[in-house]
Design a binder for this molecule. Sequence first.
Ligand code: CDP
Ligand code: MG
Length: 190
Amino acid sequence: MIERTLVLLKPDAIQRGLSGEILLRLERAGLKIIGMKMLKASEDVAKKHYSDKLIPIVGAKTKKDWDAAGVKSDQTIEQIGTTIVASLRKMLMNHALVAVCLEGVSAVENVRKIVGPTGCKDAAPGTIRGDFGHCSLGYASIRKKNIANLIHASGNKEEADFEVKLWFTQEELFTYKSVHEDYTMHMIDW
Ligand code: CDP
Ligand code: MG
């Protein structure tokens, strides 16, 4: 049940000075930082992280928002998705971000819960995306941009395994016991 997951503090989070605030929320839940570094992505990493498989997914999410807001467009889901994925890759390559590997019980699901859904507009207060943004996917996409939603978190176990290996080498990941691990993971001997 102990999992590793990848988080990226995206350039908008760094430029808004929110990296500490975001890390605090993850750390205080007892999730353990086992790797962390600031960098810009290479083209290879950017393309593997936001692969072509994402094109129909982000295209469909935009279309759903546009339909709900009554936005008319003759672009196909594929065309919309291609524009957004290109914008995402540019973001990762051109601006400093912080990559973090977290470890904990059901870490993938737990981190996603703290992060909230993709569009800040749809994210509940208390989540990172809900507390620090309000923009919708649809509004950002009209401007041919990906939404500035502060943070990336692996979506499932398979994605997490792939992404942790993509962003970190074995040597960049650390094993140690945190002081509050016993309590947040209910391992204490009373
Ligand atoms: O990040 P998350 O797993 O919640 O969403 P995703 O569907 O995997 O999409 C990856 C990223 O694409 C999102 O975090 C957004 O930054 C961006 N995106 C966007 O800008 N506009 C959309 N319509 C959909 C996604
Ligand atoms: Mg995702």
